[in-house]
Design a protein around this ligand. Structure first.
Ligand SMILES: [Zn+2]
Length: 200
């Protein structure tokens, strides 16, 4: 009896440890998508080495001088109010957080403005041609190597149609979503907007 309890406990611990590891891996993939992954210089293919550059260890190329600064990536996120009430949400098709609900959005493409990125992402994921009302606020949570820009769209009247990496689109209030919200930053952004809480 005692041994089976011990074994059971050990099994549970192993499971918990495995889960924790998986979680860390998932978070790493999300938090710093490229951190530590570059082995070779994208400019000249020489091997990168870690060196102190301006007070921090950064991957650098001793051959051509390339420095991998690993700056936060810009993400455009859009609150799209719908005539039927609530906002347009997408059910995510891909990880991170596949199967969870999020506001439409994504990484800003090279050389496009964040505003253009917001309009493009909304079109790709929801099929909606939106107009931007204004930038609500930015968010750059500690440990997440991204700068999120939350835009407010003008109210839309058409029904969204899921596309790109959205599995499904729903028009819903935050509380009536048929599933969990993918990101705390999105949930908080909606609440702050609804309550009129000013953000930096
Ligand atoms: Zn190089």
């Amino acid at each position: 009896m005692l041994s089976s309890l011990v074994l059971g406990g050990a099994f549970a611990l192993t499971l918990a440890a495995g889960y924790a590891l998986a979680k860390i891996k998932t978070n790493c993939g999300k938090v710093q998508p490229y951190a530590g992954r570059y082995k070779f210089c994208p400019g000249c293919s020489a091997e990168l080495v870690e060196k102190d550059v301006e007070g921090k260890l950064r991957k650098t190329c001793e051959s051509c001088g390339f420095v991998h600064w690993n700056n936060p990536l810009p993400v455009a996120v859009i609150l799209i109010p719908h005539r039927d009430g609530g906002f347009v949400f997408v059910k995510r098709k891909k990880n991170p957080r596949a199967g969870y609900f999020a506001l439409p959005g994504g990484f800003v493409d090279p050389f496009e403005s964040a505003l253009q990125g917001a309009i493009r992402e909304a079109k790709e994921e929801t099929g909606l041609e939106i107009e931007i009302d204004r930038l609500l606020f930015t968010s750059s949570p500690t440990g997440v190597n991204e700068v999120l820009m939350f835009f407010l769209a003008k109210t839309v009247y058409e029904q969204p149609v899921a596309g790109d990496d959205a599995e499904l689109c729903v028009v819903s209030s935050l509380n009536s979503l048929p599933g969990e919200v993918a990101f705390e930053t999105h949930r908080q952004a909606i609440i702050d907007y609804m309550l009129g809480i000013p953000r930096a």
